[in-house]
Design a binder for this molecule. Structure first.
Ligand SMILES: *[C@@H]1O[C@H](CO)[C@@H](O)[C@H](O)[C@H]1NC(C)=O
Ligand SMILES: *[C@@H]1O[C@H](CO)[C@@H](O)[C@H](O)[C@H]1NC(C)=O
Ligand SMILES: *[C@@H]1O[C@H](CO)[C@@H](O)[C@H](O)[C@H]1NC(C)=O
Ligand SMILES: *[C@@H]1O[C@H](CO)[C@@H](O)[C@H](O)[C@H]1NC(C)=O
Ligand SMILES: *[C@@H]1O[C@H](CO)[C@@H](O)[C@H](O)[C@H]1NC(C)=O
Ligand SMILES: *[C@@H]1O[C@H](CO)[C@@H](O)[C@H](O)[C@H]1NC(C)=O
Length: 259
């Protein structure tokens, strides 16, 4: 019984929506114009324009940009209020009866997806979809070196990449181990790190970030391997750090005595 009622309700709503669409299309009164596909690399800034066609006597009752991923209304303007999302990263600007623009600065991979511009007016109802595609990017690159090996770290990578190493033009990736954050952060980005065992050759190694999806090297950096010290470099390091820890302990004790 309840099910039947729901189905009836759905049919009624669909018929109603169909009537609204047909009615506004037949009148050809108001139209929206959006860019169907907006592509940009992460960390860049994009603006989605929702342009309202010029119609004599048009009165906008409500216009909004809605993110379909989570059905969040990013901005809404009606006759009595203007609602904007609280994010400093996402901003809207409204030109009365003409345009609602949504600007996303520092694009994140999680911004990828459909955004709907919805308009209710005295000259009809309209919905238009603009799809945001977030292209590959990286944020920061760091390197480090020790006597046993060298490493490079790529932060804020999208999509997940791999590290390839080159030395004097030779592919030495098989001497490396790569690790990445298994889960992306809340922005949808990964960290990718790789360490390479070097054989004591003090020279530059090329650490390159390979993106399998696009089959390209997104970036690369040169890492200088220090010369391997003959004998026990490892023991020297251990000695120095033991000394530092010992000194720290001494200082703590000294402070306790003084206080
Ligand atoms: C909307 O209008 C702006 C000018 O304000 C223009 O730059 C943009 O290309 C227009 N967008 C579409 C999809 O027509
Ligand atoms: C404008 O939007 C707000 C929030 O959704 C709503 O409470 C208010 O009734 C709307 N006003 C009009 C005139 O539609
Ligand atoms: C380098 O080696 C890695 C791992 O063996 C391989 O996946 C990659 O395709 C090689 N790259 C080039 C340019 O030879
Ligand atoms: C990536 O590295 C940065 C800097 O070390 C760290 O703050 C962040 O939590 C890491 N992100 C992930 C997803 O592990
Ligand atoms: C790199 O790998 C090759 C082949 O597995 C091995 O012979 C060589 O010793 C490795 N070099 C280092 C520094 O581990
Ligand atoms: C490192 O190697 C890659 C792949 O061969 C190349 O595209 C890039 O230009 C090299 N980078 C540097 C800094 O030499």
């Amino acid at each position: 019984m309840l099910k039947k009622k729901n189905v009836d309700m759905e049919v009624f709503i669909l018929a109603f929506l169909w009537l609204v669409v047909v009615a506004s299309a037949a009148n050809g009164l108001v139209d929206l114009e959006v860019k169907a596909l907006v592509r940009a690399p992460c960390h860049s800034s994009v603006t989605l324009h929702c342009n309202i066609s010029h119609v004599e006597g048009l009165e906008v009752e409500e216009i909004s940009w809605i993110r379909m991923n989570d059905l969040e209304t990013l901005c809404m303007v009606n006759r009595t209020e203007e609602k904007k999302c609280d994010s400093h990263r996402i901003k809207c600007s409204y030109t009365p009866q003409a345009q609602l623009s949504l600007t996303i600065s520092h694009l994140w991979p999680t911004d990828q997806g459909q955004h709907v511009c919805k308009l209710k007016s005295n000259k009809g109802v309209r919905n238009m979809i603009s799809t945001v595609e977030v292209q590959e990017c990286y944020g920061k690159v760091e390197t480090d070196a020790s006597s046993s090996g060298i490493a490079c770290h790529f932060h804020g990578v999208h999509p997940l990449g791999k590290v390839h190493w080159f030395h004097h033009g030779k592919n030495v990736t098989f001497n490396s181990t790569t690790s990445n954050s298994n889960k992306p952060n809340h922005k949808g980005m990964y960290n990718v790190s790789s360490t390479l065992l070097t054989d004591g050759d003090s020279s530059y190694y090329n650490c390159s970030l390979w993106i399998p999806n696009t089959r390209t090297y997104l970036t690369s950096t040169l890492v200088h391997a220090p010369k391997k010290v003959k004998g026990n470099a490892g023991q020297n390091e251990a000695f120095v750090s033991a000394l530092i820890v010992g000194l720290g302990w001494f200082l703590v004790q000294a402070r306790v005595l003084i206080l």
